[in-house]
Design a protein around this ligand. Structure first.
Ligand code: SIN
Length: 491
């Protein structure tokens, strides 16, 4: 079936946004082997599209194309690069409804959430279009009377961008935008579960007039594509969002060519409610943070830590809010949670619950789900304890375990007792406590009386085994720039 017939099945108003080839050097190409793979709807397993299954050969061609395009792209003025990014922002927003539809169909999240993700993703493009014009150098202190030192910042070169299935649009734009603003060219490898969003972005890059070779997208054999991207000496930088386990493997693979790395990895977010916290606000924050994308974000609340004196009141409110959720097909009106991305993901969540129950947790089941292998029922676990897997591992599903603590020291100790350090949240009305706790939490991001912390203006990233580097904000550019010092003598 050609792209147009496949697109008509998806109900897109612009059929040209469904792409099934690889995007290399401004052209849509098939896999050299002729092999294909399918992308399926997690609601019912129906095939949405059949795509070119690419490997190392196509990836190498994409890297060569990015390398050939890089000098001319870097030589454009920042204002010219900014204009291309601004045009990309405009075409993305003009096609928001179709992009959201593609996203929901391949990933499962509710359509309203997908509309939000497209705007979130486009905001990074807009932000870095503006930041492109603010890549400044520095004049340093002079080391001796006859010398002057100046610092300039230059693009790293060709960047490989490997992105996950949970935010198929925004995780890619959050990398493409700073890379292009800095003067880098890119080769993107989206997750095999959700590549259609990335291919639609490539099509929009073309429509925005971004020159051939500046953005390339290759889908298919994850190992072969990843192997080429991490070993090819032309690739100077790798930016990855995904699990800590895979981040470590990619880091090892990059050692041979010592690539610059940005790693946005797993989390184990604590959500602390102190005895003086506003419980209604805290429940609102937990609901937003825990159940966003059905619990499948790396900044989702993983452990709710509540002061023992307010536990009963908090749990009562949390159960009422959880029971009011609606689970179903993300394309249907009023749905809050769609299916998980796959049946395997649902099974993993079930195992977390079984482990907790076997160790004494009490289950409070939330709303029922439609039939389907990928649906996971939202639920709250009380009497949760540290020996349960939900304390130490990332759940990535709609399960909310509640732990209790007695003192601030104990809350901090529980919160920091993990190898992860991405997002954390706490609720208190005491300003002095807010400062103390925020400083003591070993996390890259802290939400204080707030459950949603992601936006293009704030640096996003973690410490410890949650990764390195920052995305968004003006710091997001640093990951794609080299610092060069120029020492002028004989003055
Ligand atoms: C992620 O889950 O990787 C990112 C979530 C976000 O951007 O808020």
């Amino acid at each position: 079936m050609d792209d147009m017939s496949q697109a008509s099945n998806l109900g897109l108003s612009d059929a040209g946004l469904l792409k099934t080839g690889a995007y290399i050097d401004g052209k849509w190409v098939e896999a050299v082997s002729g092999e294909t793979f399918t992308v399926d709807n997690p609601v019912n397993g129906d095939t949405l599209a059949t795509l070119a299954y690419c490997g190392a050969d196509e990836t190498k061609r994409a890297v060569d194309a990015a390398n050939a395009a890089q000098p001319a792209w870097a030589a454009k003025t920042p204002k010219e690069r900014a204009k291309h990014l601004r045009d990309l922002f405009n075409v993305m927003m003009a096609n928001q409804a179709d992009l959201a539809r593609i996203l929901t169909l391949e990933q499962g999240k509710p359509l309203a959430e997908s509309m939000g993700e497209i705007a979130y993703g486009a905001n990074y493009i807009e932000w870095f279009a503006e930041e492109a014009k603010r890549i400044y150098g520095e004049v340093m202190t002079q080391p001796s009377p006859d010398k002057r030192v100046v610092v300039i910042r230059q693009p790293v070169g060709v960047a490989a961008l490997i992105t996950p299935w949970n935010f198929p649009n925004a995780m890619l734009t959050r990398k493409i935008a700073p890379a292009l603003a800095a003067g880098c060219t890119v080769v993107c490898k989206p997750a095999s579960e959700t590549p259609l969003s990335a291919l639609a972005i490539a099509e929009l890059c073309d429509r925005a007039g971004i020159p051939p070779g500046v953005v390339n997208v290759v889908c298919g054999d994850t190992r072969a594509i990843g192997g080429e991207l991490t070993s090819n000496p032309i690739v100077k930088k790798l930016s990855f969002t995904g699990s800590t386990q895979v981040g470590k493997i990619l880091t090892e693979q990059c050692v041979g060519t010592l690539k610059r790395l940005s790693m946005e990895l797993g989390g184990n977010a604590p959500f602390i409610i102190f005895e003086d916290g506003d419980l209604d606000l805290a429940v609102k924050g937990v609901m937003a943070s825990k159940f966003r994308n059905a619990g499948q974000t790396c900044v989702c609340t993983n452990r709710i830590l509540v002061h023992e004196s307010v536990k009963d009141a908090f749990v009562e409110k949390l159960l009422a809010a959880t029971n009011a959720l609606k689970v179903g097909n993300g394309m249907d009106e009023g749905v809050d949670l769609g299916p998980l991305v796959s049946a395997k993901a649902r099974k993993t969540v079930d195992e977390f619950v079984e482990d907790a129950v076997s160790k004494g947790a009490k289950v409070h089941e939330g709303p029922s789900t439609p039939n389907g292998d990928c649906y996971s029922r939202p639920l709250v676990l009380t009497d949760a304890t540290r020996d349960m897997r939900v304390f130490s591992e990332e759940i990535f599903g709609p399960v909310a375990p509640v732990f209790t603590f007695k003192t601030d020291e104990e809350a901090i100790q529980l919160a920091n007792d993990t190898e992860f350090g991405l997002a954390s949240y706490f609720y208190s009305k005491d300003v002095a406590r807010c400062w103390r706790i925020a400083e003591a939490l070993e996390y890259g991001m802290v939400g204080i009386n707030e459950g949603i912390i992601s936006n293009e203006m704030a640096p996003f990233g973690g410490v410890k085994e949650s990764g390195q580097g920052r995305e968004g904000s003006h710091h997001g550019l640093d990951d794609y720039l080299e610092i060069k010092s120029l020492t002028f003598g004989g003055i």
